[in-house]
Ligand binder design. Structure first.
Ligand code: NAP
Length: 333
C-alpha cells in the first residue's frame, strides 16, 4: 500500500508511520518539519497546510490517507487537493467531539456531537478543540462520503513519546513507591489507548478500507485496577490512599492535566462519560489493546531515556505529601 500520513513527525502520527513502514508499506509523511522527524523508512515531504495550496505538489497516487489534523482548514485543503484521487481516508478525531460527557457507556455511533466550529474561526485550541474536530470530521465526510472514510475518535493516547505527561505521571509516581495519593474511588472508570495499538489499528483500517465512526480507546476499568496494572508493569508495590474529589477541589488541585493537576482524573458526575465509553465496535473492528502492564513498563523505560519535554501534568512529591497530611488531619482514621 502507498500510504500518505498527514503528520507523522510526532507521537501518534509518527507511530502510525513507523507501524506502516514495519508492515511493508510505502509511507510518505507531510509536515512542516518543525516538530520532529519521521521514523526511519518513511519519506518526509515538507509542506505547510495553512496554505490552501500547500498539498498541491503531492502526486496524489496514494491508496489511503491517515490524517491527524486539528484545524478544519487543514482537512479542507487536503480533500480539495487529494479527495478525488485517494480512495480511502482515515481521520484521527477525538472523544472531545461529544456533546454529553457525563453519561457513562455511550457508543460512537449513537452519541450526539457538539456543533461544529464556525468556518471563520479555524482554531483548535482550548474550548475550540472539540468543535474543531467535529468540523474536521464533517469536512472529510462532505468531500469523500461515509463509505470512503473512517472516523477514529481517539480517547486518551498514552505510551512512549507522549508529549503530555498525563499517563507518565502515574507511571513515574507508582514506580517510585511509597504512599500514593489517588483521586476519587477505586471504582471510578479510567480509559486509555497505547499509542502503538492505536497506530496499528489505524494502519489496518487503511489496509482494509474500514469505514464508519469508532471510538479509538480501550475498554474502561476501575482506577484501583488501573494503578495495580501500572504497579505490576513497573514492579512496584505502592500503598494507595484514596482522597475524595471534594477535598482535592477545595485544595485547588486541578483535574485531568496541567500544572498542579492529578492527570486522568475528572470530576464526577460531570465527567463520568469521558473515560467510560462503550468500545465494543472498535474492538470488534480490530483494535487490540495490549495489557496495561506492558504499556506502563515501556513508558517507564522511555522516561528513563530522559525525554526533554517539560512535564506539565501532575503534582510534586512535596505537594502530594502535604495533601496527604491535610487529608488525614481532616479525616482521622
Ligand atoms: N494525545 C491524546 O491523548 C489525544 C486524544 C484524542 C485525540 N487526539 C488526536 O490525536 C492526534 C495526535 O496526533 P499526533 O500525536 O501526531 O500530534 P499532533 O500534534 O496532532 O501532530 C500534528 C502533526 O501535523 C503537523 N503539522 C502541524 N501543523 C502543520 C501545518 N501547518 N502544515 C503541515 N503539517 C503540520 C506536525 O508537524 P510540524 O509541526 O513539523 O508541521 C505534526 O506532524 C490529533 O489528531 C489529536 O487531536 C489526541
Amino acid at each position: 500500500m502507498r500510504l500518505l500520513v498527514l503528520g507523522g513527525t510526532v507521537f501518534l502520527g509518527r507511530a502510525v508511520a513507523a507501524h506502516a513502514v514495519a508492515a511493508g508499506h510505502d509511507v510518505t509523511c507531510v509536515a512542516r518539519g518543525t516538530s520532529g522527524e519521521v521514523p526511519a523508512g518513511a519519506t518526509l515531504v515538507t509542506a505547510d497546510r495553512d496554505a490552501p495550496g500547500g498539498l498541491a505538489g503531492l502526486d496524489g497516487d496514494f491508496d489511503a490517507v491517515i490524517d491527524v489534523a486539528r484545524r478544519p482548514s487543514h482537512v479542507r485543503h487536503a480533500v480539495a487537493a487529494l479527495g478525488a484521487r485517494v480512495p480511502h481516508w482515515v481521520y484521527v478525531s477525538s472523544c472531545s467531539v461529544y456533546g454529553d460527557q457525563s453519561t457513562p457507556g455511550q457508543r460512537a455511533t449513537e452519541a450526539p456531537v457538539l456543533a461544529p466550529l464556525p468556518l471563520e474561526t479555524d482554531d483548535a485550541t482550548g474550548e475550540n478543540y472539540g468543535p474543531a474536530k467535529v468540523a474536521c470530521e464533517q469536512a472529510l465526510l462532505d468531500a469523500v462520503g461515509p463509505d470512503r472514510a473512517m472516523l477514529c475518535r481517539a480517547g486518551l493516547i498514552v505510551g512512549p513519546e507522549d508529549p503530555t505527561g498525563r499517563f507518565d505521571y502515574w507511571v513515574a509516581r507508582v514506580a517510585e513507591g511509597g504512599e500514593v495519593l489517588a483521586p476519587g474511588t477505586p471504582g471510578d472508570a479510567v480509559q486509555w489507548i497505547d499509542v502503538r495499538d492505536l497506530a496499528a489499528w489505524l494502519v489496518q483500517a487503511a489496509e482494509q478500507r474500514l469505514s464508519g465512526v469508532y471510538d479509538g480507546t480501550g475498554a474502561p476499568i476501575g482506577r484501583g485496577d488501573f494503578l495495580a496494572g501500572i504497579a505490576q508493569g513497573v514492579g512496584a508495590t505502592p500503598q494507595v490512599t484514596w482522597v475524595d474529589q471534594e477535598f482535592l477541589a477545595a485544595q485547588g488541585v486541578e483535574p485531568w492535566a496541567g500544572e498542579r493537576s492529578l492527570p486522568m482524573w475528572l470530576p464526577l458526575p460531570e465527567g463520568a462519560g469521558f473515560l467510560s465509553r462503550d468500545v465494543t465496535d472498535a474492538l470488534a473492528a480490530g483494535l487490540t489493546p495490549r495489557p496495561l502492564a506492558d504499556t506502563a513498563r515501556d513508558t517507564l523505560a522511555w522516561l528513563a531515556t530522559g525525554p526533554t519535554r517539560k512535564p506539565w501534568a501532575g503534582i510534586t512529591r512535596d505537594d502530594e505529601a502535604q495533601l496527604l497530611t491535610a487529608w488525614k488531619v481532616a479525616h482521622p482514621a
